[in-house]
Design a protein around this ligand. Sequence first.
Ligand code: HMG
Ligand code: MG
Length: 305
Amino acid sequence: MTSRAIISDVAPRDGLQSIGPFVPTETKIALVRALHAAGVRRMEVGSFVSPKAVPQMADTGEVLKAALALEGLESTVLAPNRKGFEAAKGAGAHRVGLFMSVTESHNKANVNRSCAESFADLSAIVADAVAAGMKVRFNLSCCFHCPFEGVVPERDALDWIERAVALDPWMEIGIADTTGNAAPDQVARVVGHAVRAWPAPDGSSRMAYHGHDTYGLGVANVAAAWEAGCRVFDSAAGGLGGCPFAPGATGNVATEDVAWLFRRMGVETGLDWAKLLAAADLAAAVPGGLPGGRMRAVPAARKSA
Ligand code: HMG
Ligand code: MG
């Protein structure tokens, strides 16, 4: 088994999307560059969504353009529908991050559709994206807990994961704890089942874990997902984040906390600790943000660069 974790930093997208005051495009680009300088080689740099729904992401095209100039960086942008996918393809994003929720009420709140409507639209997009040579991440929100429906039955989450994996044999699946209210045993069971049941054709895992840290279990849940065989993780520098349509959800698990976890576990991430802290400080200082994470405030950890 490989002892390397791939971290996709989502601070420029999930981290910023809920912030009220518009974050200047130059600040977003500075954050992308700081993360790249810290060794981040996968990043979610924005989303092509309705600017009425999420005004903060209106400049994604410009941020993506700057990200595409960075050597060795795989840039993802989110898209909820065909319009977003066409924008992502046209702008040259390496990967499109499609998204829907496994619960009807969150899907309706987030993208104003039923799960069936989203899945039908996204299924056709997957086929077109693969044909166009784009990488695809299929994100499933609320796999553990829904802000409107409570704890999600594991069978429901697994049913949607099974439907998504059937769309393409290589496509990456994002298993998301939208509200940060998952428990590690639940993560271990759901992620573990998905990793074992639906590997890529070469036997590798194609699951990714996307965690939030609202209840302080973000790092424990990442550890559970790792132990369950997951190798790709979303996290946000500075612990920023939250879906604007998931009431009560706060930041993503902080990248610096995840990096520290993996460092203590002897798992490679390719991240430069001192530069990552600098990027996390930058993220945490964005006006209007609600930063999280522990490592920025641990003096001994800060010194151990
Ligand atoms: P709607 O109003 O039902 O859709 O919104 P519509 O098709 O009627 O379009 C409304 C307007 O938006 C139209 O413009 C469209 O052209 C435009 P108008 O004619 O009024 O001027 N529009 C778009 N503009 C840009 N890009 C697009 C796009 N699509 C339509 N792609 C819609 C439906 C999905 C558009 C809306 O609800 C929306 O944009 N939702 C986005 C929600 C969102 O971004 N949520 C946060 C990201 S997901 C997340 O955070 C979870 C995740 O982190 C994992 C986890 O933690 O769970 C990924
Ligand atoms: Mg999220």
